[in-house]
Design a protein around this ligand. Structure first.
Ligand code: GLP
Length: 240
């Protein structure tokens, strides 16, 4: 794993932005894996800015998002469909049919998981998967205890994850109890992974990811087994 240490959140976002743009320029039909949460917001802002300055086009880019809440309609402000549209897609020249996000209101959620997994495989894998890090080591919505062999599946969200994400909702009761997420093996199939970590609250999780045992009890530890991981982390996430 390569670790790029940066000063703060803004530098993390700027570095991640140049990293992604570089990739987009190298590849003919880049497939990006996207994350939500607070961590990649700055990256998305920077990508929009670079697009506005005509330094990048997303015309040939396809995207697969990591996860979506079960039960939230696409236009629900807390859905990841809404998040992605507001924070990135509606501002850039990406083709609508190149965007993939699990459908959390599908009638048959198991079929939705299988279809989503198939679409990723049909795209011949994700070229670069952006990840954030959950406080309990979750990546995507793969909570502790998720088998390393998992593919796209339905999860019961941990109470700690619901609490952490309650800041986006009016109250914790409104935070869905389930989500669809790419599995750990799905994530590991990506050709390359870019993990972004910022802030002192993530320090313990990052330390465990880098130095702890590889264990299903700490999902992000699986990244130690991936051959091409780059971590962009700021000082407060890295230093005790
Ligand atoms: C969320 C998302 C993850 C995200 C993580 C960290 O629950 N499902 O994709 O990476 O938790 O979120 P944040 O970046 O807001 O700290």
């Amino acid at each position: 794993m390569e670790i790029i240490k940066v000063k703060d959140y803004d530098e993390m976002s700027a570095k991640a932005c140049s990293y992604i743009i570089e990739k987009i320029k190298q590849l003919q039909a880049p497939v990006l894996g996207l994350a939500t949460g607070s961590t990649p917001e700055g990256l998305y802002k920077s990508l929009i800015q670079q697009y506005n300055e005509q330094n990048v086009s997303f015309n040939d880019v396809s995207t697969f998002n990591l996860d979506e809440y079960v039960g939230l309609e696409n236009d629900d402000p807390n859905s990841y469909h809404f998040y992605m549209n507001e924070k990135l897609f509606k501002h850039i020249d990406i083709e609508q049919n190149h965007i993939h996000i699990p459908n959390g209101v599908a009638e048959n959620l198991d079929n939705e998981c299988q279809d989503y997994e198939q679409q990723i495989m049909d795209a011949e894998k994700v070229d670069i998967q952006i990840l954030g890090l959950g406080l309990n080591g979750h990546i995507g919505f793969n909570e502790p205890g998720t088998p390393f062999s998992s593919r796209t599946h339905i999860v019961d969200l941990d109470e700690s994850t619901r609490k952490a994400n309650a800041r986006f909702f009016d109250s914790i009761e409104e935070v869905p109890k389930k989500a669809i997420t790419m599995g750990l093996d799905t994530i590991m199939q990506s050709k390359e992974i870019l993990l972004l970590v910022s802030g002192a609250s993530k320090r313990e999780a990052l330390d465990r990811l880098l130095n702890g045992d590889i264990s299903e009890e700490f999902p992000a530890s699986i990244l130690q087994q991936h051959e091409h991981v780059t971590i962009i982390a700021d000082k407060s996430a890295l230093e005790g």
